[in-house]
Design a binder for this molecule. Structure first.
Ligand SMILES: Nc1nc2c(ncn2[C@@H]2O[C@H](COP(=O)(O)OP(=O)(O)O)[C@@H](O)[C@H]2O)c(=O)[nH]1
Ligand SMILES: [Mg+2]
Length: 162
């Protein structure tokens, strides 16, 4: 079975843990904010990647990293052997916009990873000013993740077969 390690990084309170829980179908619901300390690792399996029952399976590790830069000394250890990075930010917060470049530089450019192994997610919390149609994470997140995985998996398969 293939193993794929994907990091979720970005500013504090951007929705990394909510997104990680949702994608991995974790039972942890959405409640009051609990800052992630260091990292949480969530695992989930996709038994057949191409939709047929005979396809190869894949085990995903989602590394839900803290947005607090006090954990910066741990970042090299978190990044080791990762196949993809998802940067999540809240586009309504100017402080988050300023931070994106730093997260991209540290987690994508310095590894280095290809841009096709990186996904930038602008995550609006429900109830924000432009939320007229009440589109939520439930609709946006799986599509974005599948886009990222579609990029990462061929690269991973290539490295396995070499
Ligand atoms: N209802 C709802 N609340 C959200 C959503 N995204 C973030 N939140 C709220 O924002 C808080 C912070 O999100 P969290 O994922 O913990 O942030 P991070 O892990 O620090 O990036 C959560 O405790 C939720 O209350 C969402 O899609 N739906
Ligand atoms: Mg968190």
């Amino acid at each position: 079975m293939l193993k794929v390690k994907v990091l979720l990084v970005g500013p504090c309170e951007s929705g990394k843990s909510v997104l990680a829980n949702f994608v991995s179908e974790s039972i942890e619901g959405i409640g009051s904010y609990v800052p992630t300390q260091g990292v949480r690792i969530l695992e989930y399996e996709k038994p057949n990647l191409n939709g047929s029952s005979k396809g190869a399976g894949c085990r995903f590790e989602l590394w839900d990293c803290s947005g607090d830069q006090k954990f910066e000394t741990c970042w090299p250890a978190l990044m080791k052997d990762s196949h993809g990075v998802v940067i999540i930010f809240n586009p309504e917060l100017p402080s988050h916009l300023k931070e994106i470049e730093m997260w991209y530089s540290c987690f994508v450019q310095q590894q280095p990873l290809l841009d096709s192994q990186c996904l930038l997610v602008a995550h609006h919390k429900p109830g924000h000013a432009g939320d007229t149609e009440n589109l939520s994470l439930e609709f946006a997140a799986p599509a974005s993740f599948h886009c990222l995985l579609a990029h990462i998996l061929p690269l991973k398969l290539h490295s396995v077969m070499r």
